[in-house]
Design a protein around this ligand. Structure first.
Ligand code: KG4
Ligand code: ZN
Length: 338
């Protein structure tokens, strides 16, 4: 079969990225223009600024890809783009850009859910073999998923309230740590001790998660100490929080492995950038004799490589989109299963 080249576009948050991926697993060339430093000054992503910066950089990012990838338009088979979820203005810039490229160069358009991208980032390391377990952990998702085949996924457990990444971001904010929250909580935790006795969430035999109780506990702890004039050591709070937050992920993953007799698993989503999570999962999987795949850091944070990789199985199934598709700021990736 002839090689398939897919050009991916990702603009759902604060990274403008375009990539060309061959056959769903070879990263031919990727460009990521990050806006992180700009948003850090405001303590979080400012949607209006993010949209404007995408508009400014997207053509430059494409130029860089076309110049350095050695791939010409006649070699490209399809255009893939993130349509959901994310910041509406940001998604629309990528989507309209991708539609225009598709129309002008007469290439099929493939819409990709951002979380599918995070999952298929694993194919850039080694091909996902089915069945496999996926732990999906991001700013909006916390799920254990049984992957039976490409895009044939059963949710085994999910968060009953907040997502783990969102919880890291809120805790970072109350501790006065800078945006982006997750990595800064982790950095701070490295210098802290787990001296706080925090409630263990979801200490049951379900595969579900909960993060709102833990989040509220930390917020109350910090406010109460502040009111009493007690100076808290942020890093001790960060370490105590991180231990409990990550332990919940590892404990439930281990339960799913035992319950479903799993021998392969992948991790997906921004929280998989956590070194502490990577280390704890590696230890647990070694103990359970489970093959673990976690993408390298450059594929854990937002990028278009994962979007082009996730489009490949859809390309093979000819699941193309027409130009009436719209961006969606909120869309849950998995079908709920009772
Ligand atoms: O997957 P992603 O891009 O989120 C969404 O698409 O929603 O991941 C972003 C999330 C943020 O909540 C961020 O705080 C978290 O991933 N994150 C981390 C770390 N790095 C990123 N959380 C904990 N530890 C980290 N090192
Ligand atoms: Zn993401």
């Amino acid at each position: 079969m002839k090689d398939v080249y897919i050009l991916g576009v990702e603009t759902s948050c604060d990274e403008t990225s375009i990539s060309i991926v061959k056959n769903g697993f070879v990263d031919v060339y990727t460009c990521v223009a990050t806006q992180m430093d700009t948003h850090a000054e405001f303590g979080g992503v400012v949607p209006e600024i993010a949209s404007r910066m995408h508009t400014e950089s997207i053509t430059l990012v494409l130029e860089d890809v076309l110049k350095n990838s050695n791939v010409s338009w006649d070699m490209i088979d399809a255009i893939a783009v993130t349509y959901a979820p994310g910041l509406m203005g940001c998604l629309l810039i990528g989507l309209e850009f991708a539609k225009t490229l598709s129309l002008v160069h007469n290439k099929p358009l493939i819409k990709v859910h951002h979380i599918a991208g995070h999952i298929y980032a694993n194919n850039l390391v080694e091909k996902i073999e089915f069945p496999s377990l996926a732990l999906v952990v991001s700013g909006g998702h916390t799920e254990l998923v049984l992957m039976k085949d490409d895009y044939d996924f059963d949710v085994l457990g999910t968060t009953l309230d907040d997502a783990v990444g969102e919880c890291f971001d809120k805790v970072a904010r109350v501790l006065g740590l800078k945006y982006p929250g997750g990595p800064n909580v982790e950095r701070c935790a490295l210098q802290g001790k787990p001296i706080y006795d925090l409630p263990i969430p979801m200490n049951d035999d379900s595969l579900n998660f909960s993060y709102s109780g833990l989040k509220s506990f930390i917020i109350n702890l910090v406010h109460n100490e502040n009111q009493r004039g007690v100076e808290i050591n942020s890093c001790d709070v960060a370490k105590s929080f991180q231990d409990v937050a990550i332990e919940q992920l590892v404990r439930k993953t281990k339960m799913a492995i035992e319950k479903y007799g799993i021998n392969r698993m992948v991790v997906a989503g921004g929280v998989s950038a956590s070194q502490y999570l990577r280390d704890e999962l590696t230890k647990m999987c070694k103990e359970k004799n489970v093959h673990l795949s976690i993408p390298p850091l450059k594929y854990c944070t937002d990028n278009a490589t994962m979007i082009a990789a996730a489009a490949y199985p859809l390309f093979l199934k000819k699941e193309f989109s027409d130009y009436s598709i719209n961006a969606k700021s909120h869309e849950y990736f998995f079908d709920k299963k009772d």
